[in-house]
Design a protein around this ligand. Structure first.
Ligand code: FES
Ligand SMILES: [Fe+2]
Length: 351
């Protein structure tokens, strides 16, 4: 089973991806069946019929019931079996015949899936307050054959611009990293950084970095389990929702957020930003694909440096949060073997 944080809301689809047809997709290492009832509400089930294991997503939606294609069992939105044709309308249906159902929310143009224990109340969706009201956005969707840890870390890596993106956003060749200054807690990470020419300057002290950070918005933000924000300007942001598909694959919903509301201008702007973001992301992809091991929590041979503070914090927090989920002995061993933040000093990470 894929190891991801539990008891979290995961954005798993954009709203527009789920119409009124059944949709079978892989997310978080599971095959899931998504559908909508006639009131428009989305629903998700494990894509496996509890009878003999056929795929529910290849069935049909009839009268707000999900109907398995194999023997016609009918399930309601909560996954309860309501009808078994072979035993007739009067037949008694065992409660054990239920399609596992996942709580969902639909907000901010995403369908969010609760991965964890069902409960009376759930935490807020992990989404940036700054993006909640008044923005337009255009989305580019792409999938990389990489583990989600490497995908996320790449977007927190502030030292690769002059190399990976030397023909695009790193063309200035500014390879010296000022900072980064990093604040992190169990909800996420904030990063302040500037890159400059290497003129033999001394790195700025933690106090100097903190002073600058106090006056500015962070350039980068990340919220667990997987949304990221690049603060291009007060009125322009790049956003990524990282969706773990399985151990080998991560789906990116990359959005540009802006305030252009005139339809044609908006379309052209989103199109051009989409092309440019795709080019930049493809530059990243070429390198990230080559990283070994694919899951960075197993990367005990990685030797992090000062400019990797945000990456180090991500690893450390993710490991801590996973460990806090009362892992089995076996998982504990994996974590202890797998996480190496010892190569980066605590005092460098704790800011
Ligand atoms: S496998 Fe689904 S009804 Fe038999
Ligand atoms: Fe990059």
């Amino acid at each position: 089973m894929m190891r991801v944080l539990e008891n979290q809301w995961y954005p798993v689809l954009e709203s527009r991806e789920l119409g009124h047809k059944l949709l079978g997709v892989e997310r978080l290492g599971r095959q899931l069946a998504f559908w909508r009832t006639t009131d428009g509400l989305p629903h998700a089930h494990h894509d496996r019929c509890p009878h003999l294991g056929a795929s529910l997503s290849s069935g049909k939606i009839i009268n707000n019931h999900l109907v398995c294609p194999f023997h016609g069992f009918e399930f309601d939105r909560d996954g309860k079996c309501k009808h078994i044709p072979a035993i007739g309308r009067k037949g008694k249906i065992s409660k054990a015949i239920a399609a596992r159902h996942f709580p969902l929310r639909e907000e901010f143009g995403f369908i969010w899936l609760w991965w964890g224990e069902e409960s009376e109340s759930y935490p807020e969706l992990p989404y940036f307050n700054t993006l909640k009201v008044g923005w337009q956005y255009g989305t580019v969707v792409t999938e990389w054959p990489v583990h989600y840890t490497r995908a996320i870390e790449n977007q927190l890596d502030v030292a690769h611009l002059a190399f990976v993106h030397r023909t695009t956003i790193g063309a200035t060749g500014n390879s010296f990293v000022e900072g980064p200054y990093v604040e992190a807690d169990e909800h996420g990470i904030k990063v302040w950084v500037t890159n400059s020419k290497d003129a033999g300057q001394r790195p700025r002290s933690p106090a100097e970095l903190a002073e600058t950070a106090a006056t500015k918005e962070p350039g980068l933000r990340f919220l667990f389990p997987g949304v990221w924000l690049l603060n291009l300007s007060p009125r322009l942001k790049n956003f990524i929702a990282f969706v773990p598909i399985n151990e080998q694959k991560t789906r990116y919903y990359l959005r540009v957020y802006h305030h252009i509301s005139i339809p044609l201008i908006r379309q052209v702007f989103e199109f051009l930003m989409g092309i440019s973001n795709r080019i930049i992301l493809n530059q990243d992809k070429r390198v990230v694909l080559t990283q070994t091991p694919s899951n960075s929590l197993n990367a005990h041979q990685d030797r992090l440096i000062r400019s990797d503070r945000a990456v180090g914090q991500f690893r450390r927090l993710l490991a801590r949060l996973l460990e806090a989920e009362a892992p089995s002995c076996q998982q504990k061993t994996i974590m202890n073997e797998g996480l190496n933040t010892s190569s980066i000093k605590d005092d460098a990470l704790d800011r």
